[in-house]
Design a protein around this ligand. Sequence first.
Ligand SMILES: [Zn+2]
Ligand SMILES: [Zn+2]
Length: 247
Amino acid sequence: MPSIREVGHSSFLINAQNVIDAGNILRDLGEKSVMLERVWVTHSHLDHIVDLAFIVDEYFEKRTKTLKIMAHKETIEALKTHVFNNTIWPDFSNIPLANGNMALSYEAVVLGTTYSVGEGQEIQAFLGDHTVESLGYIVSEGDNAILLASDTHALGHVVSIVEEDTSISTLVLECSFPSSKSELASVSKHLTPVLLFEGIKPLEDRVLKLYINHIKPSYKKEIIREIEIRKGKWDVSILEEGERIDF
Ligand SMILES: [Zn+2]
Ligand SMILES: [Zn+2]
């Protein structure tokens, strides 16, 4: 059964070479991070990119392959302008590794394109709904697929993708705020339990496994209590750090 693993805040390890997002993944991967070749970034917010800076830096001498940042073109512009700008952090796209390969490169993800991520595994992106340009990803292996929406507000697009793709068996959706903070959820383009379960209602009769992540720690108890009340027929798990997701 194919699987991916959550490694640190908002990061999902597809295999040794590919990870979705890079929030605090080094504390889990450590030196194994030298194997990483592509980070599939959802969006430019710090909790999803913070370890991009350190993956290339901390084991610099041990790296042999270029770390390729796969992202929306606006996310790439944001990373170039605000992170790897020689002020906040070196521009590693201009710094060669010992073997001459550049330490970092960027590639804009093309919507509608299926990318191979090795040994029968594939990934494709879809547009998200967040305060900055964002991507969600579908990872598939054989007849099985998992959809990871990342930070999102409106769920209509996710629902139509899942309705059209019967191979998707598992969803990873965020739930950042309790429903009592719905205004905050709207302005920051996140979800609450009410918004989440209303949004995915059209998929209720499809037998899908639902993992929930991106819960703000200070609201964790309240959100979990609310999810229990509102989950209806859904098979729900709260995603914990280090957890493996079979799909
Ligand atoms: Zn965000
Ligand atoms: Zn986030």
